[in-house]
Design a protein around this ligand. Structure first.
Ligand code: HEC
Length: 491
């Protein structure tokens, strides 16, 4: 599989997070004189260098280090830490080992723990290898670290464009909510004017949907670190900064009103049922979750895909759910049986987007094979036909909840509009200059908006396929070379 932009973004995210951890976890020489905190100073080093092989799932050498109790108990060869004595602690000896057997293992070509960090572990052992007061020795340390992590504010002015992974029209069709870096931004669609910035804990928003009560459900996360689905009231008042309202979606409970899930990696897709009573999500943990709304009660949580779940949609019959995954399949789930009842395997490539016909009897899916396929969502799930294709990977499928309009976005820099009921292509929308990761259809079905890798947004009129507005959704960003926006000439 070739490395596409999607993979690169995930990598970048991981690297950024790595750097942040490193910087945060190397105390100065001065700080080392003070007592070392296990959770603040040591655990981040272990998470960075060891947990990949020594968590509850992998347990290499029968050693799980992700609770304090298990870390002290040791692995197959017994205890690895002798409190107060680094020289007699196998765990430390393995970290600084010059021999072939070192941790992380030399044979896996992993670099050694940096000297300053090894020194922190040594000092902590010599100070008695203690756990901070108030933490349960049985607590999941990954979660303890996550709870302590503080999200940074978004850049005041973006030095480089944000990657747009999600955008949505407001229920009145006038504004666009766009996923930024640790924030959601709200823009007037007709003028491209920035109206609001809603700071979020999530570094990226991967999917958004307005609920019947006007609240906004957002799926997102921090690649490789955490994921969440949160409900925001973006109509809440914030503080004014010039013409722009700033809302605190990190800690103001009037803005961030509910958190549905907190997971170990990004939540990548989200859907709301036609009656607004169900919210569904999927993501890197391969789990499909279904909640009741507005109670927020988790109805079911099912793992059946073998890899990341990249798309979800609820069938209009309210009985089925369709998903697609990096595992190269699309699936149909029976909500009452709480299991998948059908698998569509024909893409033979990662499947990035999913849709459903109004009668709930056919599914649509598209992905790295560049094809938009239509198939029976009942019986054996046989392909009905290929409806059309793009010149490169198809990255998202978006559907109007009631009208026969479906949109696909692609690495070929275009957006295509389809009629899913007739199975026909309607328009090809051009004007973007990079991978298109996200799209939205206005509530009245008359406009389509899309954005992607370079932060540029285009809004098109579906009727004539012309660009109505274009702007970059990165607050304060100034492109080194202005990006042309082709809009119809005003008469
Ligand atoms: C790439 C995977 C990997 C990483 C990363 C890794 N380990 Fe290991 N570790 C292993 C494997 C495999 C074993 C079992 C083989 C062995 O003991 O050499 C092991 C064994 C151990 C043992 C011996 C357990 C016992 O009781 O037998 C200790 C202690 C240990 N690791 C500590 C660490 C520490 C500390 C780190 C991080 C600084 C770390 N490991 C990172 C794969 C890894």
């Amino acid at each position: 599989m070739r490395l596409n932009r999607t993979c690169l973004c995930v990598l970048c995210g991981i690297l950024t997070a790595l750097t942040a951890w490193l910087v945060a976890s190397v105390p100065s020489a001065h700080a080392q004189a003070k007592p070392i905190s296990f959770i603040n100073d040591v655990a981040p080093i272990l998470k960075e260098n060891c947990y990949a092989c020594h968590d509850a799932k992998k347990r290499s050498g029968k050693y799980d280090m992700t609770t304090f109790e298990k870390m002290l108990a040791g692995g197959a060869a017994g205890e690895g830490i002798t409190a107060g004595k680094h020289a007699q602690s196998e765990l430390y000896a393995l970290i600084v080992s010059e021999k072939e057997r070192r941790m992380p293992p030399r044979k896996d070509n992993l670099s050694s723990v940096p000297k300053a960090q090894a020194e922190v572990i040594k000092t902590w052992i010599d100070q008695g290898a203690k756990l901070d007061a108030g933490i349960d020795p049985k607590a999941d340390l990954v979660k303890e670290l996550r709870v302590r992590w503080k999200s940074p504010p978004p850049p005041a002015k973006y030095p480089y464009p944000t990657i747009i992974n999600a955008l949505v029209f407001s229920p009145d069709g006038k504004n666009l909510v766009v996923g930024g870096h640790h924030e959601l931004t709200v823009w007037e669609a007709a003028s491209g004017k920035l109206l609001k910035r809603i700071y979020t804990r999530a570094e990226r928003a991967y999917a958004m949907s307005f609920l019947a009560d006007g609240k906004l459900a957002v799926a997102g996360g921090r690649p490789g670190q955490e994921g969440d689905v949160r409900i925001y009231d973006i109509a809440a008042t914030g503080k004014a900064e010039g013409d722009v309202q700033i809302l605190d979606g990190v800690s103001d409970p009037k803005v961030m009103i509910k958190q549905l899930v907190d997971s170990d990696d990004s939540v990548l897709c989200l859907a709301v049922s036609a009656d607004g009573k169900r919210i569904v999500s999927g993501g890197c943990d391969r789990t499909v979750r279904v909640w009741e709304y507005p109670s927020g009660k988790l109805e079911q949580s099912i793992e059946n895909h073998a890899d990341w779940v990249l798309g979800v949609v609820l069938a209009p019959d309210n009985k089925h759910l369709l998903t697609c995954s990096r595992d190269k399949t699309a699936k149909v789930w029976d909500l009452a049986l709480k299991e998948s009842v059908l698998t569509f395997p024909d893409h033979q490539n990662p499947v990035f987007g999913i849709g459903v016909k109004a009668d709930s009897k056919a599914g649509f899916s598209a992905g790295m094979d560049k094809q938009l396929r239509m198939w029976n969502a009942t019986g054996e799930g046989k392909q009905i036909r290929v409806i059309g294709s793009h010149a490169d990977d198809i990255l998202k499928v978006v559907q109007h909840p009631t009208q026969p309009i479906m949109v696909t976005t692609s690495a070929d820099k275009t957006v295509k509009v389809w009629n899913p009921e007739a199975g026909t292509a309607l328009k090809t929308l051009t004007g973007l200059n990079d991978h298109v990761f996200a799209a939205a259809i206005s509530p009245d079905g008359k406009q389509v908006a899309a954005g992607g890798y370079d932060g540029e947004v285009r809004v098109w009129n579906v009727a004539d396929g012309m660009v109505a507005k274009g702007f970059n959704a990165s607050p304060g960003y100034v492109a080194p070379v202005p990006v042309p926006v082709v809009e119809p000439k005003k008469k």
